[in-house]
Ligand binder design. Structure first.
Ligand SMILES: C[S@@+](CC[C@H](N)C(=O)[O-])C[C@H]1O[C@@H](n2cnc3c(N)ncnc32)[C@H](O)[C@@H]1O
Length: 236
């Protein structure tokens, strides 16, 4: 479950318009957020959208299968968000740049683009839930992600420093079942690099915290950042 402070903040930022959540997945945040505001829940994966649609019941959620590179809502909104490392999972610089431009096009003059993602710090655990992966200290890393009596989940990752790409696999070993390998890829950036990309899309950093309680971001220690951008040229 997302922290209540997160839902309160997102609902407040969404104001009187629907919230646009890019990379809504199966609705971890979408569902509680929709208790407060309508949500346009966008995900490139048809499977994710289908799973979310099964859970929406009477909640004001519109599941949309679309790529962040192309999606622009049919109305201007006060909040566009990409949570839980989704910005990095857009996986290519082209898609990330297109997403930032689309977000700027969707926002009202007082609207907010909110990005929550980890800070690439070699050798550190990623702030991605109770069973985190690891950002490699050198070129690669193998780490235990989770272990129970009959299951072991191993995390194996490679960092391509020059391209700022992080390739990883979760290897699931469960007694009596075939081995499963779940690969993923991220295009990662340092926070100030995201600011520069956002700037090129006409967006300006307004706030940056390290958690949903709005603890100020620390450039030396914060494991992740929650960054809020507004349209450049708007005073607020
Ligand atoms: C880490 S999950 C985030 C889930 C959810 N927002 C949360 O906070 O739990 C990232 C999601 O982004 C989606 N995704 C990846 N690339 C995308 C793209 N280019 N456009 C839209 N969604 C994308 C994936 O399908 C996945 O569901």
């Amino acid at each position: 479950m997302p922290p209540p402070a997160q839902i309160r903040l997102l609902a407040k930022l969404a104001g009187a318009t629907p919230a646009v959540e890019i990379g809504s997945g199966t609705g971890r945040v979408t569902l509680p957020l929709a208790e407060h505001v309508p949500v346009l829940a966008v995900d490139a994966s048809e499977e994710m959208t289908r799973q979310l649609a099964k859970k929406t019941a009477t909640l004001p959620i519109t599941p949309i299968t679309a790529d962040a590179a192309h999606y622009v809502a049919g109305q201007r909104v006060d909040l566009v968000c990409a949570l839980f490392n989704t910005f990095f999972l857009l996986a290519s610089e082209t898609t990330q740049r297109a997403f930032l431009h689309n977000a700027a096009r969707m926002l009202t003059d007082t609207g907010t683009l909110l990005i929550e993602t980890f800070v690439p710090r070699p050798g550190q655990r990623l702030p991605d839930g109770p069973h985190p992966g690891v950002f490699p200290e050198g070129r690669s890393v193998v780490a235990l992600k989770r272990r129970t009596v009959d299951t072991v989940v191993v995390f194996a990752a490679e960092n391509h420093d020059d391209e700022q790409e992080f390739h990883y696999s979760e290897i699931v070993l469960r007694d009596g079942e075939p081995v499963r390998v779940l690969p993923g890829q991220m295009r990662y950036w340092r926070p100030e690099q995201i600011d520069a990309l956002a700037g090129e899309a006409g967006l300006l950093l307004r706030e940056r915290w390290e958690d949903w309680d709005r603890t100020p971001y620390d450039t030396d220690t914060s494991a992740r950042h929650i960054s809020l951008y507004r349209l450049a040229g708007q005073s607020q």
